[in-house]
Ligand binder design. Sequence first.
Ligand SMILES: Cc1cc2nc3c(=O)[nH]c(=O)nc-3n(C[C@H](O)[C@H](O)[C@H](O)COP(=O)(O)OP(=O)(O)OC[C@H]3O[C@@H](n4cnc5c(N)ncnc54)[C@H](O)[C@@H]3O)c2cc1C
Length: 397
Amino acid sequence: MSAAFNVDVAIIGGGIAGLWLLARLREQGYAALLIENAQLGAGQTLCAQGIIHGGAKYGLHGQAGQTAEAVAGMPDLWRRCLRGEAAIDLRGAALLAEHQYLWATRTPTSRLAAFFASKLMRGRVEKVAEAGMAVDHYPPVLRHPHFHGTVYRLDEPIIDVASVLTVLAERYRDAIVRHDGPALLPADGHLTLRHTDRAPRVIQPSMTVFTAGAGNAGLPWATQQLRPLHMVMARGDHLPGPLYAHCIGASEVPRLTVTSHYDAQGRLVWYLGGGLAEAGVHRDCDAQIRVAREELQALLPWVDWHPVEFATFTIQRAEAHQPGGGRPAGFSVFREGQVIAAWPTKLALAPLLAEQIETVLHTLNVQPRPIDFSPLADWPRPTVGVYPWNREDLAWS
Ligand SMILES: Cc1cc2nc3c(=O)[nH]c(=O)nc-3n(C[C@H](O)[C@H](O)[C@H](O)COP(=O)(O)OP(=O)(O)OC[C@H]3O[C@@H](n4cnc5c(N)ncnc54)[C@H](O)[C@@H]3O)c2cc1C
């Protein structure tokens, strides 16, 4: 085996948390190396709806607590990154939409919820009509004469997640490597990087940061929880244009959260989460599709849903364990010795998570130093994974 390769920080896992941390540490001059054992974004990140939450969704039912405060600045930060005006330069990555909408049906409970949301979040929610905008500013599908609900516009951009991963992966390519072997765990302070085509390589990091999502489970001192979702996708020419909106109902979770994407064939895809995905975890695919059709028929009855094709898949949200099993109020960072375990909880919070980890490095006096990555120049690199609507193993019906 060749001599150990010394780095300041080894990052295990290349979802949004690991890639953002790599970018931040590299920009600060740290010798940081990211190790991925599958494809970049292959865990939760490419399954995310890409909404950069500004806190409005969490304020729906009067619970504008710690989470809302933590996320309030994220839409602005991400927009500045996308324009190349912040420390992490995301120029080249795309915004799918400037705003997420919030739409309330006519039932009293959901109207009430929308009212409270608008009061609670003040500047972060605008009622579309009151903001001087006519109905023609509604999302296209809600401009129908049979729609009598209320529409709010949230300060929540929607990003094209894969484009963000691609920009980061290309910019820091020299520092991103593929590992094919068993799950990496630090042994006596070092990691052994393996690939079927290469001789093993020992990496000697000052610190190891696990941003491996569900793969953080290997660290017994940092317990995690997994919360499932049963997501639904609808595709085809019969969809009534793109929609980015939460439909709010009676509960704390939006009844339905819709984002819109285009698949590899250029077809429009509605990606459906929210209450439908949470309540659907005990349904099989057919039952979940049936409920999705019923829900869309109930909420948007003027659309012909028969020709629209549907597919579903389940995915676990990996987060730090919470007593009671609810969603953590923000990101989570744990440390034992020279190892950190981190979960962003939301894709939108990856910048805050990276900032916190950098603070821990300062506290531990880990100093940035120059590095020459050429000894790893020939090491295989992971590619960016695929969106769920482009997966070939899903059955559409
Ligand atoms: C359906 C869904 C929708 C969501 N929508 C949103 C949204 O709209 N907005 C939002 O802000 N958040 C959203 N989230 C949450 C968000 O996706 C996650 O918080 C975020 O993507 C987690 O990123 P991560 O990098 O920590 O983990 P992951 O994305 O899971 O990445 C972990 C990476 O580590 C790799 N890995 C695992 N084990 C190992 C190992 N042993 N060695 C090396 N590599 C390893 C994996 O292959 C993967 O690439 C959503 C989540 C889900 C599931």
